[in-house]
Write a protein that binds this ligand. Sequence first.
Ligand code: SAM
Length: 259
Amino acid sequence: MIDLRLGDCIELMKEINNNSIDLTITSPPYDDLRNYNSNINLKEIANELYRITKDGGIIVWVVGDKVKNGSKSLTSFKQALLFNEIGFNVYDVIIYEKTSPSAPHKNRYFNAFEYMFVFSKGKPKTINLLCDRKNKWAGTYSGVITKREKDGSLTTKEKKLVNEYSIRTNIWTYAVGNNKSSSDKIAFQHPAIFPEKLAEDNILSWSNEGDVVLDCFMGSGTTGKMCKLLNRNFIGIEIDRNYFNIAKDRIESAKGGQQ
Ligand SMILES: C[S@@+](CC[C@H](N)C(=O)[O-])C[C@H]1O[C@@H](n2cnc3c(N)ncnc32)[C@H](O)[C@@H]1O
């Protein structure tokens, strides 16, 4: 099921049943970085997300900070605190590192990351940790526990073969920009897409096939496209008609997965 809705997510989320969404992956407008013609009431949105998320469901909230009057806005953390206050557990804070950092403000380091807050409604019900960090010591033995015997000699108690790959860290790095975030030219008519691989990695980590995934700030439809390819059901909400149409075209022409 792919269900795309044009309109304000505050209104349209009211039509979604209680406890019906397994996973939300979304990037809200923040710090007026772009003009999306929308005023969002974050508290209302967070409360609606809490209502419609299943017990054990997850929200991946992708957000950064702008520099305002010489200071980082800390919008990211203010938003995370609000989600925490209304009842979400902050299961993880993942750094979304970009290989092409944005140009710095005067006398500042290049900004190379945003946050991916992983909120859960209670204990997460689906955790499929990605195991793709190449082990330097693959094929050797580790975890060798030795015990000193009474006569002073050492005996080996346990040996563990080091696997080729380990669980990844919570810094996830992506190439961003033209032809990197996506190969769909049409997607770049939207000014602020996140990489398809970011959506894919979160879908795989926090949901299973057949689950229902929401993106309430759908933009160009990145989450929806990857849901289709990975056999997840998807509900997407976008307020801007142009972006909505881009998302619709993009998701419809994605090959594989559900029709
Ligand atoms: C940061 S962009 C999301 C980009 C998306 N992740 C992608 O990869 O294309 C945020 C989107 O939220 C939309 N938006 C802003 N306010 C909204 C609202 N109240 N309801 C639904 N969509 C809204 C904007 O038009 C914009 O397309």
